[in-house]
Design a protein around this ligand. Structure first.
Ligand SMILES: [Zn+2]
Length: 325
């Protein structure tokens, strides 16, 4: 992890490995301090707090969660007494998608020989993902702390004269997607509507909604965007991700029309230049999302997590690369 200054009063902590769970956090060091997203486990959250303490010595008084995913909210409990702000949907969604029990069970299981054998036979993708997570993460001790200041379309903070706009843009990647715009400093903290140099994943929402959101990112004309995952960028980051999603949707349509399954399609579609990004086999999720739209399924249809990780694993195998999540 490293901290980077983004503008006069904005900072980011970036997780350079840029694989699943390696989310970024932000800090606006004015008027009590605002932290944006709180990391995937307590050790990473403490490291983030430590890094930010070099530019803002007090514990920040406000936290914004850009959405409900575990990797953005599992450090919330360390900000005791802070006001936690998020879109109105986030607390309920967190209870469903960020319950730490399953992930704790998985990492404990992966540490045991017998469970590893069973997983290897039944769910090789889950095993590979669990082993990768075990390299960096420990989910013990995590308790959900839910946001309590909730908003619908928009929420504004005035930090001693610096305006901060929280803009709801979901569902694009998740239901609660929110971007944080600091107009005076030309900075946007994008959460997971922007992945940089790693393959995006989305759990709900539609392609068109995500395109609109990326267009909005470009229209805001920031100098710096802090993505949810990956290094800092300018609006070219939004442009590239839009091009990727377009490419995947177009290729998926051809495969859908040729009656291939989404898994067969993901094995067949070329990574192209995006093979350089981290975790390229996560392509499967974007193909499956496109298929859901072609089949007119609701965008919030639930994912079979084990099946999804196994499919990513199989795509990596078919492409002859090591499975990375
Ligand atoms: Zn994330």
């Amino acid at each position: 992890m490293k901290m980077q200054q983004v503008s006069d009063n904005c900072f980011a902590v970036l997780n350079e490995k840029n694989r699943v769970c390696d989310a970024n956090s932000g800090l606006i060091n004015r008027a009590g301090g605002v932290v944006i997203d709180t990391q995937s486990d307590l050790a990473h959250a403490r490291q983030m707090i430590d890094m930010f303490s070099k530019v803002w010595p007090a514990m920040p008084r406000r936290v914004v969660n850009t959405h409900e995913d575990a990797d953005h909210v599992w450090g919330n409990q360390l900000f005791e007494g802070a006001e936690i702000i998020a879109h109105r949907s986030v607390p309920e969604r967190m209870k469903h998608v960020a319950d730490p029990k399953e992930s704790q069970k998985l990492l404990h299981g992966v540490g045991r020989f017998l469970t590893r054998l069973v997983l290897k036979a039944l769910h090789p993708g889950i095993l590979a993902a669990g082993q990768q997570l075990l390299e960096d993460y420990n989910f013990d001790g995590i308790e959900l702390v839910l946001p309590t200041t909730l908003f619908d379309a928009r929420y504004e903070l005035n930090l001693d004269g610096t305006e901060v706009h929280l803009i709801y843009v979901g569902p694009s990647h998740q239901v609660g997607d929110t971007i944080i715009h600091v107009p005076k400093e030309r900075v946007v903290f994008a959460g997971d509507v922007l992945f940089r140099q790693c393959t995006p994943v989305g759990w709900t929402g539609s392609y068109d909604k995500w395109f609109q959101c990326l267009d909005l990112l470009m229209q805001l004309d920031p100098q710096v965007i802090v993505p949810g995952h990956g290094p800092l960028c300018g609006i070219e980051g939004a442009r590239e991700m839009k091009a990727y999603l377009r490419y995947v949707r177009d290729e998926s349509k051809k495969c859908f029309d040729a009656s291939l399954t989404s898994l067969a399609a993901a094995k067949q579609i070329e990574f192209g230049p995006y093979g350089e990004w981290r975790s390229p086999a996560r392509l499967y999720m974007n193909v499956e999302r496109a298929y859901r739209e072609f089949r007119n399924e609701p965008p919030d249809a639930a994912w079979d997590t084990a099946g999804t990780f196994d499919a990513i694993y199989q795509v990596a195998e078919a492409k002859g690369i090591e499975a990375e999540f």
